[in-house]
Design a protein around this ligand. Sequence first.
Ligand code: ADP
Ligand code: MG
Length: 141
Amino acid sequence: MPTYCTASEEETIALGERLAHELPRGVVLLIGQLGAGKTTLAKGIVKGFGAAAPEEVSSPTFTLIHEYGQNGRVYHVDLYRLDEPREVATLGLEDLFERDAVVLIEWGERFPELLPRNRTEIRLRALPDDQREIDVYYPNT
Ligand code: ADP
Ligand code: MG
């Protein structure tokens, strides 16, 4: 399990760009408290895929799902505002999971029964002085 430490928003975006090259297709959970840097890391990952510039990436808190790149190579989902599994079930996430795409999900760990077992988990933790500890758990390792 690789562990990284970043000291600024820019470093977290740069880390996301690097991770984009090694992330397997499929679900990538971004796990951490509000403000931990989940959306910031997503910006870097989307940039790393060449799917969009970081300034074009915003939190999908209201729209729930954003699609980036031609033919949707990267999806960014935020389930923060949903409480019930049946609400999540109406989004059609299974359809995204079938695609040859990376599906970044914030707050997805709250609905484990709706997620594929085979998934990457990235855990972010805020430390003092803008530092973030970022752990990447690849599937089946
Ligand atoms: P989340 O999606 O987890 O709620 P965001 O990525 O939206 O978090 O916000 C993270 C906030 O923390 C931003 O305001 C960002 O500028 C700030 N920040 C400070 N240091 C870092 C860092 N090392 N990595 C990421 N964000 C950082
Ligand atoms: Mg966010």
